[in-house]
Design a protein around this ligand. Structure first.
Ligand code: B1M
Length: 207
């Protein structure tokens, strides 16, 4: 029998054995949602906690997220067959004029790791494209990332566009120059300083 704690440990260590263990657990008849929750998500939760505590750095998070992503490729079709609902739906993107995507990708991976379905809108995303992607995906959460002080005003523009459109979506913002007071000023629903906190925030915004 595959021990799902061993699978969680493989994710934490960024070990590609996570793929074989996921496969083996499914072959043994373990329910896909159990593999997801007690193996992959349990592992990524620990990664998030260690990152927040300063025990893990970005490379370790990226390696863990890569192991999770590879295992998810095996698991996703089985979850779809089993009709397992995602925790929530989110759209993530870096705002117009900004091409930085390392932090945004980290947030995407951590959200997926926590069981969210995420539409990654990419970088240099205009306010109109955010509105469009939110509509198409039916997301409850939209995350805006910016790394340049010069693109922070684009967050405001995007928040206004989403509100003018009447989109029923919670807006979270983040990125190195962004602060809680900036988030409050532009009318965002929340700010997170790092990828692990972004997951906590997303969960609280849809609770
Ligand atoms: Co750029 N760059 N860059 N750059 N770059 C910075 C941001 C800069 C601070 C460097 C500096 O001057 N010291 C500076 C900005 C200064 C400012 O605005 N005050 C800068 C500049 C000026 C520029 C250019 C204008 C340079 C030029 O061409 N003259 C240019 C702009 C291009 C553009 O975007 N239009 C540019 C280009 C680039 C590269 C292409 C070379 C490359 C980007 C590669 C890529 O992303 N694919 C790059 C990089 C790598 C950086 C630095 C070195 C690193 C950024 C990074 O990836 N950090 C950066 C300097 C630095 O930060 N030391 C710099 C790691 C990443 C994990 O952190 O993105 O903060 P971060 O994400 C964190 C949190 O912020 C948070 O979670 C993440 C994980 O914890 N987070 C969120 C992020 N998004 C979130 C969203 C959320 C919640 C949390 O909810 C929605």
């Amino acid at each position: 029998m595959v021990d799902l704690q061993v699978l969680a440990q493989a994710v934490i260590g960024g070990n590609e054995k996570a793929v074989a263990l996921t496969k083996a657990a499914l072959d043994e008849g373990v329910a896909p949602e159990k593999v997801l929750e007690e193996g992959l998500i349990a592992g990524m939760n620990v990664v998030g906690e260690r990152f927040k505590a300063g025990e893990f750095y970005i490379p370790e998070v990226l390696i863990a997220a890569r192991a999770m992503k590879m295992a998810m490729q095996i698991l996703e079709p089985k979850l779809a067959e089993a009709g397992v609902d995602p925790v929530g739906k989110a759209v993530m993107g870096t705002v117009k004029g900004d091409l930085h995507d390392i932090g945004k990708n980290l947030v995407v991976m951590m959200l997926k790791g926590a069981g969210f379905e995420v539409a990654d809108a990419g970088t240099d995303v205009s306010a109109e494209d955010f509105v469009e992607t939110v509509k198409k995906s039916g997301a409850q959460i939209v995350g805006l990332s910016a790394l340049l002080t010069t693109t922070m005003p684009m967050m405001h523009t995007t928040v206004q566009a989403l509100k003018n459109d009447g989109a029923d979506v919670k807006i979270m913002v983040g990125g190195a120059p962004v602060t809680q007071s900036f988030a409050d000023k532009i009318g965002a629903d929340g700010y997170a300083p790092d990828a692990a906190s972004a997951v906590d925030l997303a969960k609280s915004l849809i609770a």
